[in-house]
Design a protein around this ligand. Sequence first.
Ligand SMILES: NC(=O)c1ccc[n+]([C@@H]2O[C@H](COP(=O)([O-])OP(=O)(O)OC[C@H]3O[C@@H](n4cnc5c(N)ncnc54)[C@H](O)[C@@H]3O)[C@@H](O)[C@H]2O)c1
Ligand SMILES: [Fe+2]
Length: 436
Amino acid sequence: MACCHADFAALEGSDRGFTLGMPTFTFGAGVLAEAGDSAAELGLRRVALFTDKRLAAGEHVAKVKQALAAAKVDCVVYDEVAIEPTDVSLQEATRFARDSNIDGYVSVGGGSVMDTCKAANLYATQPAEFMTYVNAPIGAGQRVPGALKPHIACPTTSGTGSETTGIAIFTLTSMNAKTGIISRRLIPTVALVDPDVTRTLPANVVAATGFDCMSHALESMTARPYPRRLNPAQGVRRPVSQGANPFSDTLATQALTSVGQYLVRAVDDASDSEARTEMMYAAMLAGIAFNAAGCHLPHGLSYAVSGLVKNFHVDGYPEGKTLVPHGMSVVLNNPSVWRHTAVALPQRHLRCAEALGAKAQGATPDDAGEVLAGRIVELMRATSMPNGIGALGFGEGEIDALATGAEPQYRVIKNAPIDVDRDVLRRLFRAALRYW
Ligand SMILES: NC(=O)c1ccc[n+]([C@@H]2O[C@H](COP(=O)([O-])OP(=O)(O)OC[C@H]3O[C@@H](n4cnc5c(N)ncnc54)[C@H](O)[C@@H]3O)[C@@H](O)[C@H]2O)c1
Ligand SMILES: [Fe+2]
């Protein structure tokens, strides 16, 4: 592709292009009522409706069930989805899918629900031993050999963008590490993105998922540009996460502008439907962007934080288990990472800071990391995020364990615009202990 931007100039041996995958999506207040017609249009007669226990009894699932019934599509409900799924919970969901005699899937929930539905569809439709499709080097990383059954994804949080991605994330219990399955075959067939669902979201969930969306956009913008990707495979073997590209840049920049304008309002006021709608739209855009570009350090580091945290709980999330919300574990590493990586792509970091609403007038490339980190700290403080990973109970004594915990994440970490070794990981975690 002829592109005006030097970051995308072809290099000797580099990939010749980039590929964009996304579902057919419908965005708008009230579109959950279209679930039945969508299913019928796909030729579905009996679907499995995946959700979690909390949502199962609520109005959003009721609306989707009603729409399916009106379209004469049978539905069996699976509401045992684990919030922050594991290999164990995914395999339970797969057993349900296998035994249900269904011809398609509908998911109504956040990333935990949509990812569980993707994995159940995968293993029920293309059966294999569980580690077969899990990302290498943790799993065998084999390609998914054929199509999955149709999946209509209805997100109820405004952050993961999972309704648009070919990614399913889970914790592998034997390693206590997060990993995932990535394939374009996992991209839902249809996404019904209805911002009305965000009315019932607790403030903490809006904040955590909003920062997940922000980080997806920032990591898309600052991932190694696709012609500089370390794995230059092309065609059908081109990785889903192929590096920054002009298309994901456009969507990510728009998502950052919305986060800068609307995140704090959306957290502060559940009745601010303009802000909550804009955050829902931003999450979808950032999902399409990061699915194509890939995440890197903030996500790679977050998986060690969420795996090693002890005795931590946030209101709005299930009681009785230690859990750092995904978006919270991601944002806590953000300022530290950008201060370190800005030197590699200073103009891109500055562009991100400006989109997020930083006062960047007169800033030089040398200031890029600080300007971006400063704006994120402002947003963290305005939404009552913890003051760094220190506030989760980590200290100097855990830095080595965190660095070791992040190492299995080299699949994502190698998308970073700079090379990273264990020493750098230690420095990044140390600088993330406390911000103000
Ligand atoms: N596949 C991807 O592309 C992708 C991307 C980012 C994150 N993830 C994964 O997604 C998971 C996190 O998902 P999430 O942040 O969307 O949250 P979640 O699905 O874990 O849900 C968080 C909490 O919010 C509740 N909730 C959801 N929607 C609600 C609503 N409308 N009203 C009231 N309560 C509601 C849930 O019941 C739950 O208690 C993690 O496992 C993360 O790793 C996946
Ligand atoms: Fe994420």
